[in-house]
Structures are given as C-alpha cells and as structure tokens.
Design a protein around this ligand. Structure first.
Ligand code: SF4
Length: 189
C-alpha cells in the first residue's frame, strides 16, 4: 500500500530484503560515501517517494548524509532543490513517477556513478562479488549472474528476489517499486 508512510529510520533494514539490487546499491553507496551523483539521486529519490517516504523525511535523509561531507549551506543551496523537485515542489511542479526497469536499464551510467540496473551495468565479477558479500550460496549466485550475462536482466532480478526471500516464485519484475511491494506483501502475509 503506497499510502503507508515509511520513516527513514527503517531504510537500512528495508534495503536488505525489500529493495531491488539497483536501489540497495544506491542506498549502500550513499551511506558509504555520503554522496550520490545526480543520476543516483534522481533514481533513488523517486523510488523512496514511491515507497512512502515523505518530503520532510527525504530532506532529512539526504541532508543527514550530505552534511557529513559538506556544509549545510551548500546542501541547502545545491541539493535541497532537487529533493523538493522530485516531489513536485519546484520547477514545473510535475508529479514525477519513480522509474521503471526499462528506463533504468536503458540509462547511461558513467564512471563513478552507481545508478542504473546492476544486472545490466555491473560487470559479472563485480556482481558476483557483491552477491557473495551478501552471503548467498554459490549456486544461487551463478543463476543470477548467468541470467545477467545473457542479457535477461529482469529475470536475474527475479532470481535475486527469490534468493533474498528464500522463495522460488519466479516473479515477473518490471518496476523497482513493484519489487518492493511484492516483498512487503510476502513478509507481512
Ligand atoms: Fe532494478 Fe529493475 Fe534492474 Fe531489478 S531489473 S535491479 S528492479 S532496474
């Protein structure tokens, strides 16, 4: 239910199971580097709006991270606008929708950027190491990486969904927010 308000305090734990890998890696990068480039802020910011993070909480979330490496003034001048923009509070005041998989998969991802779809944009060994780091068993990891190699990015994502939930549903995934909703449904029963 997208009307549920999700407090930013729960994002760390939600990211472990209910975030698709594209959003989990953005969350991790933000926590690690206290910064994301524009493509990442846009992709992740809209996803967070979609799961039910309020504008006020979003501002607090980005501010808390960014001000670990910059003055609050700089954040307010250069970044707060974009957060409000995602919520339709600036510029053309459009109500922007979170990106679907197709859009994310077809995005250009440059060096040092971590938006996009990891099944499409990460090389196989990086993907493998990341999944290993999460503690998944080798067979499950190979299944995911093989699908990604073959260019079946959304099937790889579906296999990742099953890995994190210990299921074998084989869900058809076309949107990161759908991944989230299905995960929440599964866990809340
Ligand atoms: Fe994200 Fe979609 Fe790629 Fe899954 S298939 S990681 S939801 S872009």
């Amino acid at each position: 239910d997208s009307k549920v308000v999700v407090p930013i305090e729960s994002l760390d734990s939600l990211s472990l199971k209910s975030f698709p890998l594209c959003m989990r890696q953005l969350h991790e990068q933000l926590r690690l580097a206290h910064h994301l480039k524009h493509g990442g802020r846009l992709q992740y910011g809209l996803f967070l709006k979609g799961i039910g993070v309020t504008l006020e909480d979003s501002l607090r979330f980005w501010r808390e991270e960014f001000t670990k490496i910059m003055e609050i003034d700089k954040f307010e001048k250069q970044y707060a606008y974009n957060v409000r923009y995602n919520y339709g509070k600036e510029g053309s005041k459009k109500n922007y929708s979170p990106f679907n998989c197709l859009k994310i998969i077809n995005n250009n991802v440059g060096p040092g950027e971590c938006h996009g779809c990891p099944f499409r944009h990460s090389d196989s060994s990086n993907l493998k190491n990341k999944l290993k780091g999460y503690g998944f068993e080798p067979q499950g990891i190979s299944d995911v990486v093989d699908m990604a190699k073959k260019g079946h990015y959304q099937i790889a994502c579906s296999k990742y969904f099953d890995l994190v939930h210990g299921t074998s549903i084989g869900l058809g995934i076309n949107h990161p927010n759908q991944f989230y909703e299905e995960s929440q449904k599964l866990q809340k029963g």
